[in-house]
Write a protein that binds this ligand. Structure first.
Ligand code: FES
Length: 114
């Protein structure tokens, strides 16, 4: 593993990990593991700075709301797999979720639920 890749084991009993975003969201989990993920609006679906790309395991994540999709339209580097980290909540049914953080603080985050 290099400095840009992190493998996280999520303990559902610890959710919410942080104070930002939906409980159990990618942002919430990142906060719990002290991984920096921009979240200018504080995780309330009012910016697009928490833009992430879900590379694997997206079927285990909640569906994006219209509000999330509206905000995502403002995100640079938008892809079909893009989500807002503060709104994307994996439900644990996928053994692994691979998330890429695009942009200047590029990281690859692998989340493995218990
Ligand atoms: S932190 Fe602003 S939309 Fe996610």
């Amino acid at each position: 593993m290099d400095g840009d890749e992190h493998t996280l084991s999520v303990d559902p009993s610890q959710i919410p990990y942080g104070r930002s975003g939906q409980p159990g969201s990618i942002l919430d989990i990142c906060e719990g593991f002290d991984l920096a993920l921009e979240h200018t609006c504080g995780g309330v679906c009012a910016c697009a700075t928490c833009h992430v790309i879900v590379r694997d395991g997206s079927s285990s994540c909640n569906e994006a709301t219209d509000d999330e999709l509206d905000q995502l339209e403002e995100a640079p580097g938008l892809t079909l797999s893009s989500r807002l980290g503060c709104q994307c909540v994996p439900n644990g049914t996928s053994k692994i979720v691979i998330v890429e953080v695009p942009g200047w603080n590029r990281n690859a985050v692998k989340e493995t639920p218990h």
